[in-house]
Ligand binder design. Sequence first.
Ligand code: NAD
Ligand code: TDX
Length: 332
Amino acid sequence: MSTLLVTGGAGFIGSNFVHYVLENTEHYVIVLDKLTYAGNLNSLEGLPANRFEFVHGDITNSDLVDNLVQRVDAVVHYAAESHNDNSLVDPRPFLDTNIVGTYTLLEAVRRHNKRFHHVSTDEVYGDLELDDPNKFTSTTPYNPSSPYSSTKAASDLLVRAWVRSFGVQATISNCSNNYGPYQHVEKFIPRQITNVLAGLTPKLYGTGENVRDWIHADDHSSAVLTILNNGTIGETYLIGADGERNNKDVIEEILEIMGQPRDAYEHVIDRPGHDLRYAIDSSRLREELGWTPKYVDFHQGLQSTVQWYMDNEAWWGPQKQATETRYAEQGQ
Ligand code: NAD
Ligand code: TDX
């Protein structure tokens, strides 16, 4: 049994990871989270009190981070400003949390010689043409498009530099688009599901030809745990479940699952700089570390996600109006 510090554990993927770890391992978990608009303590309800504690705070607070890092065996770093659209309106919090926050954690694990796993995104690699036969691998050159993805790329490079220059015991993972329970309603899939539930029209950016490579959050969690246990220090692992789909197909699939006409959505103004396609080659993680995803049927995963939002309006309801007001200001 060991103790993990999970940053951003009240967010979408972090909270799924905390649930996964407490259900599938003996670890003790400390969550450090600032509870920004994206953090939600209700996502951590029902966890065993004897194996879990929550600390409200900022990863850029070096004294707080130092104290917590001393208490744990490893840090799993999820905390971030995570939404591309927000980064186009106000990039500053992205620089503070994603870059300075990661730097603050790296300095603490360096001082105390603790294992560090950095959770990152496939967006650092930029985008692919629709007909490109290649997928992203760990040697694809970095080419981020948005303020969000450029700050994640910067944080990855900091981790690599701290490994090489200071011998920090770190691994990095770059994962594709996640879906599942506890995802904020600003993101594509929950936004469309909750639009239907709230009587609003689902919104597709531009033509909807953009392709995302979907993975269920539980599969992301099992991959991170696998890398934490068996990954090689200094290495980067790409996480993906071969779930490529264009946005138009996904919105139509959601409408069909929810008993609506497949064309009951509207096209809205496109995202500036909108990445066309992401696709992950996860063969290294599968072949070297023996990881395999469990959710191979996207339709089934989407059905259970729709059901989760239908059953949990008390969780998402309070976020919905403010999110749609923000989008309306951007014409989206
Ligand atoms: P999210 O926005 O749902 O959650 C982020 C969490 O971090 C929130 O709980 C928030 O309160 C917390 N946080 C933000 N700033 C903080 C700070 N300064 N100090 C402490 N806590 C802070 O994000 P998510 O979608 O769960 O993403 C989690 C991580 O996974 C991010 O690093 C993101 O880049 C990465 N990632 C996300 C996806 C995806 O599809 N969502 C895919 C690949 C990688
Ligand atoms: O209302 C919408 N309509 C729409 O067509 C929204 C919110 C999005 N979209 C499109 C934009 C993207 O092509 O759907 C796709 C997915 O959008 P997001 O959910 O905003 O995700 P994306 O920008 O792809 O980034 C996500 O995956 C990588 C996460 O938000 C990032 O944190 C992660 O790094």
